[in-house]
Design a protein around this ligand. Sequence first.
Ligand SMILES: C[S@@+](CC[C@H](N)C(=O)[O-])C[C@H]1O[C@@H](n2cnc3c(N)ncnc32)[C@H](O)[C@@H]1O
Length: 186
Amino acid sequence: MACGTGNLSLALAARFPDAELTFVDAAPAMLEVTKTRLEMTHPQSARRAHFVEARFEQLRLPSATFDAVVSQMSLHHVEKKGALFLQLFALLAESGAFCFADRMIGGTEESQAASWQRWVDHCRRNCSEAEVVGLLEHAQAHDHYASLADHFHLLESAGFRGLDCAWRDWAWAIVTATRVASRPGK
Ligand SMILES: C[S@@+](CC[C@H](N)C(=O)[O-])C[C@H]1O[C@@H](n2cnc3c(N)ncnc32)[C@H](O)[C@@H]1O
């Protein structure tokens, strides 16, 4: 979902060379970059791949057909995450999994303030002041962050089970969920 320039897409093609991959992004230019990079690095995967120009909110993909739906640094663009999770749940086959990495807000005002400040400091160390202002304005205008707890709540309401946070580093988290609950081992 939202392949962008294909960073995660290429890693997926390398890790799952026999998979039939479908790449979705709202921006045709982004799809084109991913397609070109995939053709250059994983031509066999590229021949089997599907490229779908669509906003998440208007996805028209066949139900119950995907073994996995993955996304990186993109879902914060979606305001109505509950509706999106319902759609993604419907796409998954019985044993399917959903895995996404994204920025989260903190669970408390204090943790959010500390995490945000850390990000702004990081930006200031690596970007010009004009770029930092641009990033902050972009975030204000386009981004819709939610806490990890809110993500879990919305995922569970959409039907997902086996919810987990596989990794977390301040604002960044990787969340995994499955269509059907598997029994945890002892
Ligand atoms: C920050 S990039 C992440 C790209 C990629 N996942 C990566 O990790 O390199 C966000 C991507 O989301 C896409 N995007 C933003 N809003 C979207 C939406 N509502 N539906 C589909 N794609 C969207 C943008 O076109 C862009 O390619």
